[in-house]
Design a binder for this molecule. Structure first.
Ligand SMILES: *Cc1c(COP(=O)(O)O)cnc(C)c1O
Length: 233
């Protein structure tokens, strides 16, 4: 007969099964510090809640989700934690995210910003956002082109209900350090402008976070290096 497990046994089993997450986390934190330091985000797309909750018990205080439906289905099972939305967001899905995300990092168009501003105003809150920049001008990626980011920042900063906190990017994989450098330059060029009162440069993922930090990132978004490879779509 199978005996029911005591709580201590359950926790022990979980710890054992997820021990690799702890090892990964400690190693990544060390690498981050060695590269110069940055805020750590755990990217939890496709990761089941029990794994996410285990990682939160290690001291992680920020997660990133990039699909609305998936997040809504998992949210109730998560331990309390701050969430940033980091995926492409359709205008008609903004209503599900307002008030739930501490920040929307993936604002890639003026109409999206306008909708975030409108619904935040209706809810009586101010939503922090980042402007996503398509720094490599890739057709497959969304985001403002580097050339239009300045005018987009000026226009969006006029909207009430949101606050532009900085820039975010996913660079082309070939020459990440070149593109990270371009992002840093864009950020520094914008910083003196009165409409760009920003403090966050979000760049760097599992494969390139150390490079990103050395180029000026202060927020890294890490999924597979923490939780293991995601299932193929
Ligand atoms: C998936 C994702 C990440 C994390 O990717 P990894 O390579 O697994 O670290 C970071 N940022 C965004 C926007 C993502 O969609």
């Amino acid at each position: 007969m199978e005996l029911p497990k005591t709580a201590a046994e359950v926790i022990y089993t979980l710890n054992d099964e997820f021990a690799y997450i702890k090892e990964n986390y400690l190693r990544i934190r060390e690498n981050i510090e060695r590269a110069g330091g940055a805020r750590f985000m755990a990217v939890t797309k496709t990761v089941p809640p029990e794994k996410v909750n285990y990682s939160l018990s290690l001291g992680i205080d920020l997660i990133g989700e990039n699909r609305v439906q998936e997040y809504l289905s998992k949210e109730k099972d998560y331990s309390p934690v701050k969430m940033h939305f980091i995926g492409h967001l359709q205008t008609n899905k903004v209503k599900y995210i307002i008030g739930r995300a501490e920040m929307i990092q993936s604002v890639d168009s003026i109409p999206l910003a306008r909708e975030i501003a409108r619904l935040s105003g209706k809810a009586g809150i101010v939503t922090d956002i980042l402007l996503e920049v398509n720094i490599g001008a890739e057709e497959s990626k969304s985001g403002f082109s580097p050339e239009e980011t300045d005018s987009a920042a000026a226009e969006i900063s006029e909207m009430s209900g949101l606050k532009v906190r900085g820039l975010m990017t996913i660079p082309p994989p070939e020459r990440p350090s070149y593109y990270f450098g371009q992002m840093k330059k864009l950020f520094d060029d914008l910083s003196p402008k009165p409409y760009f009162d920003a403090d966050i440069l979000s760049m760097g993922m599992s494969a390139d976070y150390e490079t990103a930090i050395k180029c000026g990132s202060n927020l890294v978004r890490i999924g597979s290096a923490l939780y293991g490879a995601r299932p193929k779509k």
